[in-house]
Design a protein around this ligand. Structure first.
Ligand code: NAP
Length: 253
């Protein structure tokens, strides 16, 4: 869930999972994204077994309920779900957080955090015994990142949700984790004011002196989604070329 185009983190994970032998299912939120998602699904199918593609706007319970029914009718069980979904109005991703509107706050929280709970609620019947759920977060949840604003609050809530879900589903052998990725140039990220400078700063200062790639994230995702990560749940794994370890840097150093 969350492929918008071939820059999407979810697409990077899909490519890696496909290469590792996973059978995939894609979802799309609306008609304008559908065409792109179907084209990418065909690319992976490469003339072989088609990848099923279903609509699912996570803001609509009815669509999640339908998704569960359609998956059941088509005989699909899920070994893993990748929830790579977030949204905030562009206006909320600049300036001071105190200017966030009530509507904008609720929207960001609904799409970027509540949706993970809703996915677990409605797709639970489709999960296999040792299923693994993965969501995507960002360091702006625990540290102040200029312009990230309400999305930082939503990501903090999302990370807490990961822990609560991991505790709830753990007894059933179902794991829930998050990857905290460094900034990657995607459609969603471009909505953050001054994102280009965020990238430049990350590249110049991260311990590995390079940007995080969606392939970096995909590698960690394979670990968490597969039996390689069988003992890991409730975790927020940093995949950010080391940026999260840095403290304040005195001027001139
Ligand atoms: P992306 O390619 O733009 O993916 C975001 C996806 O969320 C899009 O497919 C978007 O669809 C979808 N979405 C938005 N509202 C939805 C809804 N109501 N129902 C279903 N899907 C909806 O950007 P991305 O950077 O790969 O983002 C994936 C995840 O990684 C997000 O949670 C993001 O916060 C997180 N992340 C990103 C970065 C980064 O720097 N890029 C870093 C850390 C974490 P539309 O295109 O139709 O809106």
């Amino acid at each position: 869930m969350g492929i918008a185009n071939d820059w999407s983190i979810a697409w990077g994970i899909a490519e890696a999972a496909h290469k590792a032998g996973a059978k995939l299912i894609f979802t799309y939120p609306n008609a304008s994204v559908e065409k792109r998602v179907r084209a990418l699904a065909e690319k992976l199918a490469d003339g072989g077994t088609p990848i099923p593609v279903y609509p699912c706007d996570v803001q609509a319970d009815s669509q999640l309920i339908t998704l569960n029914s359609v998956l059941e009718a088509d005989g699909h069980q899920l070994d893993f779900i990748v929830h790579a979904i977030a949204f905030a109005n562009k206006d909320e991703l600049k300036g001071g957080i105190s200017q966030t509107s009530r509507e904008g706050f609720n929207l960001a929280m609904d799409v970027s955090c509540y949706s993970l709970l809703a996915v677990m609620k409605y797709l639970k019947p489709r999960l296999t015994q040792s299923a693994s759920i993965l969501t995507l977060t960002y360091e702006g949840s625990i540290k102040v990142v200029p312009n990230y604003n309400v999305m930082g609050v939503a990501k903090a809530a999302l990370e807490a949700a990961v822990r609560y879900l991991a505790a709830e589903f753990g007894p059933q052998g179902i794991r829930v984790n998050a990857i905290s990725a460094g900034p990657i140039n995607t459609l969603a990220a471009r909505g953050i004011s001054d994102f280009t400078n965020m990238l430049k700063h990350h590249e110049a200062t991260a311990p590995m002196r390079r940007l995080t790639t969606k392939e970096d994230v995909a590698g960690a995702a394979l670990y968490l989604l597969s039996s390689l990560g069988s003992g890991t749940t409730g975790e927020v794994l940093n995949v950010d070329t080391g940026a999260h370890i840095l403290g304040p840097t005195p001027a001139g150093m």
